[in-house]
Design a protein around this ligand. Structure first.
Ligand code: AMP
Ligand code: MN
Ligand code: MN
Ligand code: MN
Length: 301
């Protein structure tokens, strides 16, 4: 297959862009966490969707990178794979996701953080299983663990178990009724996680030579006042960039995020947060950085 060129995909053209030869998607998941596709199948899909630069950012694991990179090399696929991770952190009672990009996946600082986060995931999964058992769902932990296999165990696995066994009609309802923090019936199987802090996540990402991006700032359900507090805290923690573009964002939200980047001198990132094929979003779709944004990949030149 010929290399992708800007004339094929006139989407990203920016003077500071090293990768001006196709679509860029810096947030995606595989079955190394709660994504539906294997790293290899994700790469095949990325080729079909004309992605030139892809970051796999699974929850608290870097396991997909080597698998995908090996496949890319083996098949000589024209995709630049950026190493990535999405780290769950705790801040003021909220769960904030910090994406690390372009890091040395072997570095001890990130590897040690991953071990702790995986322990936190395992402990929380056991506790969720116990709470679900009290709701009458006896083998939820074992079933979720089977689904997660070697990958990071997430609440999405529990949601899928409840859905597949017919206890809820959609995965969203599993979150609304059992797994989420909010809602009428929720506290039932919600377990407070013991994630690392934002500072610890940024520190480990930087130690490993990467860039720290606040994932999907619009999805935390924060008031404008709290979102600003979060961004100030992220900046004080030496965070590098905000995810300014996600497929579900409207132009006004995008502009608000760009304004925060300009006000706090932060770079901008973009990604689909692809988990599995669905009709609302896909790899690389509708991802264009607004004029005036400093791309996060400008940090890597
Ligand atoms: P965890 O990181 O284990 O808490 O799992 C959260 C994951 O579940 C997210 O990354 C989403 O992919 C997925 N998810 C799907 N629906 C929801 C929801 N309503 N609330 C939270 N997470 C959701
Ligand atoms: Mn997820
Ligand atoms: Mn996330
Ligand atoms: Mn994600």
């Amino acid at each position: 297959m010929a290399l992708l060129s800007t004339t094929d995909f006139p989407i990203i053209i920016n003077k500071t862009d090293n990768f001006s030869h196709g679509r860029i998607d810096l947030h995606s998941h595989t079955n190394c966490s709660d994504g539906g596709l294997s790293p290899q199948t994700l790469i095949d899909r990325a080729v079909n969707y004309q992605i030139a630069v892809l970051a796999i950012t699974d929850h608290d694991t870097l396991a997909g990178f080597d698998i995908a990179q090996e496949y890319i090399s083996e098949k000589n696929i024209p995709i630049k794979l950026i190493s990535g991770i999405e780290i769950s952190t705790a801040w003021q009672g909220f769960e904030i996701h910090i994406v690390g990009l372009n890091l040395d996946e072997q570095h001890t600082a990130i590897q040690e953080l991953i071990v702790k986060q995986q322990e936190a995931r395992e402990q929380r999964a056991i506790a969720i299983g116990e709470k679900l058992a009290k709701c009458g769902f006896l083998n939820a932990y074992d079933d979720a663990k089977n689904l997660a296999a070697e990958g990071s165990i997430t609440r999405a696995h529990f949601a899928k178990v409840l859905y597949q066994q017919g206890h809820v009609s959609t995965m969203q309802k599993a979150f609304d009724q059992y797994l989420g923090k909010k809602g009428r019936t929720t506290q039932r199987a919600y377990v407070k996680p013991s994630w690392c802090s934002i500072e610890q996540a940024v520190y480990a990402i930087h130690a490993a030579g990467g860039s720290a991006v606040m994932a999907h700032p619009i999805r935390y359900d924060l008031s404008a006042k709290w979102l600003r507090r979060l961004i100030v805290h992220f900046k004080e923690s030496r965070g590098d960039a905000l995810e300014v573009v996600l497929p579900q964002m409207n132009p006004q939200q995008r502009q608000t995020m760009l304004n925060y980047c300009l006000e706090y001198d932060l770079h901008a990132s973009m990604g689909s947060d692809f988990h599995y094929p669905n009709k609302w979003s896909d790899l690389g779709r509708n991802l264009i950085l607004p004029d005036g944004a400093k791309p996060v990949w400008a940090m890597w030149s």
